[in-house]
Design a protein around this ligand. Structure first.
Ligand code: SF4
Ligand code: SF4
Length: 458
């Protein structure tokens, strides 16, 4: 049972800013992961940050679950058939983040020659290059939502001095409980996945950061660490669960690193610069399945929640499952839904159309009612300073918003739009309801546009 109002007993956290939004995790936290297989899937070929993958199947092809359907030859990550069946189309479709994207639609039909993804003996002792290659061909991306190709993050440069792996089990976004359920139900697999990553990057220490509102998940992970005794394996790794305060955005990389190790990643710098690699718990699980079972990323756990949905759930769905059948699998709408989000309420994307599929990066689908959303118009800044207090980076979104409003976006660099990681703490706290993240995004886009213009004229 999730402890929603855990008291803080001096657990670590990041030093600056942050907020304590209503968690709403009780809606889905006690719902164990259930499989759900739809009648068809529509799989966008853009499943990672960067270039899209290239379709290698055509209409009418018969595919089996796990077969390559889009390759990474031009960038992106390999994409595989999440279900066996017949390719119905390779065409443009709605993407939850990119709006429109090429997508492969497969009508599900069971096939006799489906792979079962059994454990392959000897996986623990494979050389590092083979481990990395298995993660690459399985199309593993950061499943916390960042969707950066995992093998690239694990291919450290020769001069990198990394000593610690951090596994991110914070799940600090309200409503979301998919990582929580994974840690409870698959603790050993997540710990094994973490060990595997530690072995690939060659570090002797792994810290697993979990907020104190998920104490039982922390206990499950600690028990798994003790059972597996990976400190006595061929690559000994000292693993430890570190319970942090529950504070948003504890799960963002730089904040988690500071909470767990006290190290400060430089502005616009990478965790590697302070000797750390961070991976999400679901990504660790996916890495294990990629290496041990040769199973590509063809499904993921999605939290379906919000007061608008009849029965919130944690569903394991094939990538490409459309939102409409997921709504039906959760009993339809109970109340008037005024907003649908892919991801959490702080950093997720609003969806304008329910005709969109789950991608590798979809951690949640939230169906929010009027009572759960703030649709009020925004007002002028009253200079209260709340946004400055809560920003984990000490940026000045109030100033950026005022400059952007009068068309002076390119005069805001000193107030930090280029450092902003869009956590949303400022917008959440503003009594004038100002959409400060969006103002930061506008300023950021203006600087990017300007830089591109200058490159063209150079
Ligand atoms: S969205 Fe950006 S400006 Fe706002 S609190 Fe987060 S980092 Fe700071
Ligand atoms: S929180 Fe809103 S009203 Fe207060 S200073 Fe920031 S922008 Fe202005």
């Amino acid at each position: 049972m999730l402890r929603l109002f855990a008291s803080h007993h001096g657990e670590p956290t990041f030093a600056r800013g942050g907020i304590h939004p209503d968690e709403h995790k009780e809606l889905s936290a006690d719902h164990a992961i259930e499989p759900f297989v739809p009648r068809s899937v529509t799989v966008p070929v853009s499943q990672s940050l960067g270039a899209p993958s290239v379709p290698v199947v055509k209409k009418g092809d018969r595919v089996v679950r796990g077969q390559l359907i889009a390759s990474d030859e031009a960038g992106g990550v390999p994409v595989h058939a999440p279900v066996s069946g017949i390719v119905k189309s390779v065409d443009r479709g709605i993407h939850p983040v990119l709006v429109l994207d090429m997508a492969i639609t497969i009508e599900a039909r069971e096939q006799e020659d489906e792979p079962t993804f059994q454990e392959q003996p000897g996986w623990e002792t494979l050389p590092r290059e083979e481990l990395l290659e298995r993660i690459r061909v399985a199309g593993v991306v950061g499943l916390g939502g960042a969707t950066f190709p995992t093998y690239r993050k694990l291919m450290l440069p020769d001069d990198a001095e990394v000593d610690t792996l951090i596994i991110n089990g914070s799940e600090c976004e309200p409503y979301l409980t998919c990582d929580y359920r994974l840690m409870l139900e698959q603790a050993e697999a997540v710990v094994l996945g973490a060990w595997l990553i530690a072995k690939i990057i060659g570090v002797p220490r792994c810290l697993i950061g979990i907020e104190d509102n998920k104490a039982d998940a922390g206990a499950a992970m600690t028990a798994a660490i003790e059972r597996l005794a990976l400190d006595r394996s061929d690559h000994p790794v000292a693993m430890e669960v570190v319970v942090t305060q529950t504070k948003y955005p504890q799960g963002s990389e730089k904040q988690l690193i500071q909470a767990l190790t006290g190290r400060l990643v430089p502005q616009r710098g990478l965790p590697m610069q302070v000797g750390i690699v961070v991976q999400n718990v679901a990504t660790a699980f996916a890495c294990l399945e990629a290496v041990r079972n040769r199973k590509p990323v063809i499904e993921r756990v999605v939290t379906v929640s919000g007061r608008g949905i009849h029965e919130p759930k944690n569903l394991r769905v094939p990538v490409g499952t459309m939102i409409q059948p997921i709504i039906e699998a959760c009993g339809g709408f109970d109340d008037e839904v005024v907003k649908v989000l892919a991801g959490g309420p702080m950093m997720g994307r609003a969806l304008a159309d329910l005709n969109a599929p789950v991608t590798k990066g979809t951690s949640g689908l939230l169906f929010l009612t009027r009572a759960e959303t703030n649709l009020d118009r925004y007002q002028p800044c009253i200079g209260c300073g709340e946004c400055l207090d809560v920003c984990p980076l000490g940026l000045e979104p109030n100033k950026v918003s005022q400059y952007v409003e009068v068309g002076r976006a390119l005069e805001t660099e000193e107030f930090g739009p280029l450092e902003c990681f869009e956590c949303g703490c400022c917008s959440y706290s503003c009594p004038s309801n100002r959409p400060l993240v969006q103002f930061m995004q506008v300023a950021k886009a203006a600087y990017r546009h300007e830089a591109a213009k200058q490159r063209t004229h150079a």
